[in-house]
Design a protein around this ligand. Sequence first.
Ligand code: R2B
Ligand code: URA
Length: 243
Amino acid sequence: MFGDTKVVCMGGSSNRMKRLAEDLVAELGIRLPTGQGLVNVIPNTDRYVMYKAGPIVCVNHGMGIPSISILLHELAKLMSLAGATGVTFIRLGTCGGLGIEPGTICISTRALSCQLQPYFEQVLLQLASGLNIETVSAVTLCTSDFYEEQGRTDGAVCEFSMEQRNEFLQRAFEAGVRNIEMESLALAAITHRLGIRAACIAVSMLDRLKHDRLEHEPSLLADFQNRMLRILAAFIKSRNICG
Ligand code: R2B
Ligand code: URA
């Protein structure tokens, strides 16, 4: 069933991955098995959902490094046991921006830990500029926490001052960081170790140099997410893998 897989798309939420699979079927004109439609192919677990549309698998990875790293091990084993070759793993996520406009698509060049330690490269940026979407190719800061590790002062606990918050974010900006999320480091490390091609793209929900809270209209956020779909669809079309 998975032997023909060429692209594995991952994102945090189960609903978003279902919608992505539906949108890719429509956007790429993928034909589904008659009488079956698009179904979650792993209904016996509620840890994550997985949809298969032609050579594309869409699966959700939950939140943060521990969650995505378990999924990456399981997906890599699945692809290997199925005999799938030339598979690319792509994470389509959300993130906080650093000195960039909300809605900007961030394509990671490297992933740094919160000690600003490094890794990474890709073709997605050229595709995005052809689609007229605001995009940056830059370093991604990857943390294991949404609040203190990302320099937020609005968690239940905060042991640093506003000045220290600003100094940390400024230091990250100066190290080339333009977005902050919670999975890229594991994605880069595990896929690199296994020789799997991978990309990490995420839409910025806010500029962390200005705010800590996500306060956009749901319709605007849906438009932001759609920008990633357009880049992903252009990437898949450029690979001629949907027949
Ligand atoms: C972005 O959003 C989530 C945290 O809210 C996390 O999965 C990430 O990287
Ligand atoms: N995801 C994150 O990890 N941080 C943000 O600020 C927004 C989304």
